[in-house]
Ligand binder design. Structure first.
Ligand SMILES: Cc1ncc(COP(=O)(O)O)c(C=O)c1O
Length: 391
């Protein structure tokens, strides 16, 4: 059967591929330690589960009405964005989706025409360029310098803008970089796109996972200009450990949200109804579970950074957000006789039985990504194994 050219041109998600390979090796009885997963190792908080179970028992088993999200779920999103992000949105400016990934895909499909340029800072989350290409858009990559913690500067952003630029995808805290833009840096980037017709897709899915007492600033909260041009994206996956629930959301200018809702009505018919009740609970109830998880990630961030920095041929910026370390391992390529991050990751998997994701999937072939969404013991055991391999 013929496969469409659009889909033939699409790359598979490298992160999902690595986790699948590690899982297959485990199933064969091989003792693999995986640092591949982009999901918290904690369970979903009990109150969130209870809310979904109660909704299920109460018969909340029909289509989401409307498909763009239950009114109470949209209201809960508005409550969260006002409370934590200093953003005032009306429910009509909100869409609830089957995961943040879906919100991102809908936003791109709703705004990008063939030939439109989309600025994507490097390293980037694997799905951004593929989603842009699927819409016929042209990814324009802007490389963050490693000694600037992989963050792009306002000058770099300004230089990348052309008459065809239609969107900037901004992601802080970052997957895969584990870096964060501080409020002054976010404001400086917002000043560059001010008074243009560029849409900003601000992927804030890791907004609650910041370390060392940093402050988070939403792109849309930089001022009226930023608010008017930004789509703010978030979800339950990372903050409330709800990856398998598939629940996310976006907020922004009403015409764009309406366009995304139209697409969603012809696609998934919306997020699962009783899962939306779980999201309402997650966003509006006591938030102490979030802080417990954040504090655990913060400890792990420090520890994995120490361990990675001690490896020969490896240098690593300290992770300041999300749950990823993104070391430059190119100094160890010669030692292992490999060229590039794919061969490095393959050697580490075969010889040390440790799964990491090749940085080339995120646009940075000198690096690999370690997710530290795993216990301290695994971090130590995994890093011991790699230390032995690298000698
Ligand atoms: C940067 C970023 N954005 C969005 C998502 C989407 O997450 P989900 O679809 O589980 O809400 C992820 C998940 O890995 C991510 O890392």
């Amino acid at each position: 059967m013929k496969i469409s050219q659009r889909v033939q041109a699409l790359a598979e998600s490298a992160t999902l591929a690595v986790t699948a390979k590690a899982a297959a090796m485990k199933a064969e009885g091989i003792d693999v330690l995986s640092f591949g997963a982009g999901e918290p190792d904690f369970d979903t908080p009990q109150n969130v589960k209870d809310a979904a179970i109660a909704a299920l028992k109460a018969g909340q088993t029909k289509y989401s009405k409307p498909a763009s999200g239950l009114p109470a779920a949209k209201q809960a999103v508005c409550t969260k964005l006002a409370r934590e992000n200093d953003l005032t949105y009306e429910p009509a400016q909100v869409i609830v989706t089957a995961g943040g990934k879906m919100a991102c895909a809908l936003a791109i499909q709703a705004t990008i025409d063939p030939g439109d340029e989309v600025i994507i800072p490097v390293p980037y989350w694997v799905s951004y360029p593929e989603m842009v290409k699927l819409a016929g858009g042209v990814p324009v990559f802007v490389e963050g310098a490693e000694d600037n913690r992989f963050k792009i500067t306002p000058e770099q952003l300004a230089a990348a803008i052309t008459p065809k630029t239609r969107m900037l995808i901004f992601n802080s805290p970052s997957n895969p970089g584990g870096f964060t833009y501080d409020p002054a840096e976010v404001r400086a980037l917002a000043a560059v796109v001010a008074d243009t017709d560029i849409v900003v897709l601000s992927d804030e899915i890791y907004d609650r996972l910041l370390y060392n007492g940093q402050q988070f600033l939403s792109f849309a909260a930089c001022g009226p200009d930023a608010y008017a041009r930004t789509l703010t994206l978030n979800g339950g996956s990372k903050t409330y450990s709800m990856t398998g629930w598939r629940i996310g959301y976006a907020a922004g200018p009403e015409p764009v949200i309406k366009a995304m809702a139209k697409l969603q009505s012809q696609g998934t018919s919306g997020a699962c109804t009783f899962v939306q009740h779980g999201l309402i609970e997650a966003l509006t109830a006591d938030q102490s579970a979030v802080e417990q998880m954040r504090a655990a990630f913060e400890q792990r961030a420090r520890h994995i950074h120490e361990r990675l920095s001690a490896l020969p041929g490896v240098r690593c910026n300290p992770p300041t957000g999300a749950f990823y370390a993104f070391p430059n391992v190119s100094g160890a390529f010669g030692r292992l006789g490999v060229q590039g991050s794919v061969e490095f990751a393959a050697q580490v998997l075969e010889q040390a039985r440790v799964a990491v994701v090749p940085g080339v999937a995120f646009g940075a072939d000198a690096c690999v990504r370690f997710s530290f969404a795993c216990g301290m013991e695994q971090i130590d055991e995994g890093l011991d194994r790699i230390a032995n391999l690298l000698g």
